[in-house]
Design a protein around this ligand. Structure first.
Ligand SMILES: Cc1ncc(COP(=O)(O)O)c(C=O)c1O
Length: 451
């Protein structure tokens, strides 16, 4: 490793970081992470903290998951790369598809289309949805519906269904035919409704209204996260996703579950769709599929959708889509090991217990700190605080102040993620009770920096 002076002097000098103004990276250089072990990361100055971000919602099994590391190393020796475009395949990807088929059977999903990450998975699902309707002769079904506040990645297709202006405005015009309905976000919504069940019904009515306005025969798919993640952890009322499922089915619209965060245990259930008792037509996965150790993803496809392609005799079912790294053997080997370890450890159980502890702790922090406007979570290890400068007026906190909270929490032992006025908490699913206490204590210290 280069000496620390070199790294500090050149930090952010010759690279652009995603999701930040380049000038900001110069003014406040990023933390240089040099190592990690278990659920902890260490920076260049030797400061060690619990990673309450879990990498980026993906290092579900922590940083020391030896079976995944071993699988990657062994696969690199055996077959470091080969494409699965027409005519070739590999052992790891065949085995993985069978394992995923078994894992997602309760969700009604049986075929896998492999990708290199979450945005790729979303792009693939959106494209396959249009193709599905074209194979069936419904060529006019080309539009997409989604939720405001939703996050689906940053490819142009994904950004077009994204529900946050930060990822859209500077890149417009985006894909035509993408329309958004209000999210079931009780703290702020256009209906002024705070009751989760009533708000869910209002959002479902808005969906019905938009479908009637656009014309059901023009809509290919509705895409949603079972629990909205990057938008600030917004768990909908339990009636919401089943309601979406019913409306989509009635109108012949495919339901795409964006499970890039929620698949593989984070919500305390094996998948987000299963949490709500819904079977989607497709599910986008990535992130924790390899514990973050290799860029990889999969779109899982329901039987009925798959059979439309497989039984097609017109040629329209030929898949004109895919990536050089679709079905990468090293990624597939990592995913196989990760899936086995995820199931062996039964991670949803710990996610549910530690998530409940975290949620209760955050509610207690709200009692102590006026800046905590809203606490969201209650379903596994997806939790968030929305900070305000005035609780009664719900005025979003400014960037500098929330930055002070983050810095003080980091000094006190936890890496937390700031997104707008939200503090998002998504630690590895293997955190212990004591780890969660450390995170809560660090947050308490962080919030005290505002007093
Ligand atoms: C729900 C969801 N979909 C898609 C993505 C995009 O994934 P990636 O950053 O791997 O492209 C993310 C990333 O956070 C996500 O949270």
């Amino acid at each position: 490793m280069k000496d620390s002076n070199f790294l500090k002097e050149n930090n952010a000098r010759s690279l652009w970081h995603p999701m930040v103004h380049p000038a900001e990276s110069h003014a406040a250089p990023p933390t240089i992470v040099t190592g990690a072990s278990g659920v902890r990361i260490t920076d260049l100055d030797g400061h060690e903290v619990i990673d309450a971000v879990g990498g980026l919602w993906n290092v579900n099994l922590g940083f020391s998951c030896q079976p995944v590391k071993d699988a990657i190393a062994a696969q690199l020796d055996r077959l470091p790369y080969y494409s699965i475009f027409r005519g070739t395949s590999n052992e790891a990807v065949i085995r993985l598809a069978e394992e995923l088929r078994a894992f997602f059977a309760p969700d009604g999903l049986s075929r896998a289309f492999f990708t290199s990450g979450g945005s790729d998975s979303v792009e693939s699902a959106l494209r396959l949805a249009r193709q599905y309707h074209k194979i069936r002769g419904e060529t006019g079904r080309v539009k997409y519906l989604s939720l405001k506040k939703g996050y689906h990645g940053t490819h142009t297709g994904a950004a077009s269904v994204n529900g946050n202006a930060n990822f859209r405005t500077q890149y417009e015009p985006l894909l035509p035919g993408c329309h958004h309905i209000p999210a079931p976000y009780t703290y702020r919504n256009p209906f002024g409704e705070t009751d989760p069940a009533r708000l869910a019904q209002l959002c479902l009515s808005a969906l019905e209204d938009e479908i009637a306005f656009q014309g059901a025969g023009t809509i290919a798919a509705f895409i949603m996260e079972p629990i909205l993640g990057a938008g600030g952890v917004i768990p909908p009322h339990e009636s919401f996703m089943p309601g979406v499922r019913e409306i989509c089915t009635r109108h012949g619209i495919l339901l795409i579950a964006d499970e890039v965060i929620t698949a593989f245990g984070r919500t305390g259930s094996w998948t987000g769709s299963r949490l709500w008792g819904v079977q989607p037509d497709m599910a986008c996965t990535a992130k924790a599929i390899t514990n973050g150790y290799f860029p990889f993803g999969a779109v899982m496809i329901a039987d009925a959708v798959a059979e439309t392609f497989e039984k097609d005799e017109t040629g329209r079912g030929a898949i004109g889509h895919g990536y050089t790294y679709s079905g990468h053997p090293v990624g597939a080997a990592a995913a196989l090991a990760c899936l086995a370890e995820t199931q062996r450890l039964n991670v949803p159980e710990n996610a549910a217990a530690r998530g409940a502890q975290m949620h209760a702790g955050l509610l207690a922090l709200q009692q102590r700190h006026a800046a905590v406007g809203d606490v969201r979570g209650g379903h596994g290890l997806m939790n968030a605080l929305e900070l305000v400068s005035d609780r009664a007026a719900r005025t979003p906190i400014d960037k500098a102040s929330i930055g002070r909270v983050q810095e003080a929490a980091y000094r006190a032992g936890a890496m937390i993620r700031v997104s707008g006025p939200n503090i998002i908490l998504s630690p590895p699913l293997v955190v212990t009770e004591a780890d969660v206490d450390v995170i809560l204590g660090a947050l308490d210290t962080g919030l005290a920096a505002l007093d």
